[in-house]
Design a protein around this ligand. Structure first.
Ligand SMILES: Cc1cc2nc3c(=O)[nH]c(=O)nc-3n(C[C@H](O)[C@H](O)[C@H](O)COP(=O)(O)O)c2cc1C
Length: 353
């Protein structure tokens, strides 16, 4: 059943991309994967109304759940921060994710970078994505409104709120506002993740170069709440930096390190024409970055800080390799875009592993 749905999804996805590109060519527009993603998301939600139970409801097998402090994830597979459509995230949870981190949110409503800002690439035979979205989003008020209207928390699985900001004060304010809202809802499971390294926002404050800022932010958050806090480190940081940051993060209670984000690549690095991404490059994601994810987790495992890994994870062998290093949770983005049925497939394979 999973195989059939997966094959159907992949065939339809290729067809949709082909039609979207053909349409863009006829209209003289630049090639832009985002149109296909938006169309695909609409269709996924449309199918839900009449075929949802058959197409999306896959119970998570018993016995593969993991704990991260007081949070319980019934599967170690989670959604990495990349999506803000809560209805689509709801579908992905029904497919078997143990939890989900929402797309990074900033205070204000943001349009993000000019399009095109999302493209498919093939590097060394591996299909992946390059994105320079620039954190488009509805802002904190918009997110709170969407959460009020959504049934995301009804799954009883932890939901991660990824926070960004232009300044430390803004990170603090964003955290306080969201924490105030979430802590007012009874019996929900949530955590925060700090996005300190967005390659696509020239105005974003990059804390990867300022450990003291990160330290003061973590202390501030801990003083105001006992909720689990993660920090997402980037593969672009040097190994020495990763260790120094993990040491700092570990010094604050109930924290975890998320090892992995999308490393920065220029268009020419990944074989795209210069104008294929409006700002000349972006975060490269997909299987091609798994080697670095494994390398990062190998280095960080020695630090004895709870680890989440993100970057290129798409098979049960990836999950097992990371689990063997002591990784608790595996964040996935590109694999889920390419084939969301990898979620129930890996869950099932994990039972046998
Ligand atoms: C379209 C897109 C948007 C993303 N937006 C965010 C974001 O808002 N915050 C964040 O921390 N990471 C973001 N990421 C990075 C992913 O969370 C993930 O770290 C990265 O894609 C590597 O994982 P993958 O190889 O499984 O895709 C984004 C990635 C993609 C492809």
């Amino acid at each position: 059943m999973i195989c059939m749905l997966s094959l159907t999804y992949r065939i339809i996805r290729r067809f949709v991309i082909w039609v979207v590109y053909a349409n863009q060519r006829i209209k003289g527009q630049p090639r832009d994967l985002e149109d296909a993603v938006l169309y695909g998301d609409q269709k996924l939600k449309g199918i839900d109304s009449y075929l949802g139970r058959l197409a999306y409801d896959f119970p998570i097998p018993q016995g593969i759940g993991v704990h991260l402090y007081d949070l319980f994830f019934p599967s170690p597979l989670t959604l990495a921060a990349y999506k803000d459509d809560l209805k689509v995230i709801d579908i992905l949870l029904r497919l078997g994710l143990g939890g989900a981190t929402l797309k990074t949110i900033l205070k204000e409503v943001r349009q993000g970078n000019p399009r095109p800002r999302l493209q498919e690439v093939t590097v060394n035979g591996e299909k992946g994505l390059v994105n320079a979205m620039g954190l488009p989003g509805s802002g904190i008020s918009g997110l709170i409104q969407s959460l009020k209207e959504s049934s995301l928390f009804a799954h009883g699985r932890p939901i991660g709120i990824s926070i960004g900001g232009h300044t430390i004060t803004e990170y603090q304010d964003n955290f306080l506002e969201l924490h105030r809202f979430l802590s007012s809802i009874r019996d929900i499971s949530y955590y925060f993740e700090l996005n300190i390294s967005c390659p696509n926002t020239p105005d974003g404050q990059d804390m990867t170069k300022s450990p003291h800022l990160l330290e003061s932010l973590l202390q501030f958050m801990r003083n105001h709440s006992d909720v689990v806090i993660g920090v997402k480190l980037t593969p672009d940081q040097s190994n020495e930096d990763l260790v120094a940051f993990a040491e700092l993060i570990k010094s604050v209670d109930k924290t975890y390190v998320n090892a992995g984000n999308a490393p920065y690549r220029t268009c020419s690095d990944v074989g795209l024409p210069e104008q294929a991404i409006s700002i000349g490059g972006g975060g490269y994601s997909g299987r091609g970055i798994f080697k670095r994810t494994l390398e990062m987790t190998t280095i960080l495992a020695a630090m004895k800080v709870p680890l989440v890994a993100t970057g290129g994870i798409s098979t049960v062998d990836h999950v097992k390799a990371l689990r063997d290093k002591g990784v608790v949770l595996m964040g996935m983005a590109t694999a889920v875009v390419q084939d969301p049925y990898c979620i129930p497939r890996i869950n099932r394979e994990l039972v046998l592993a």
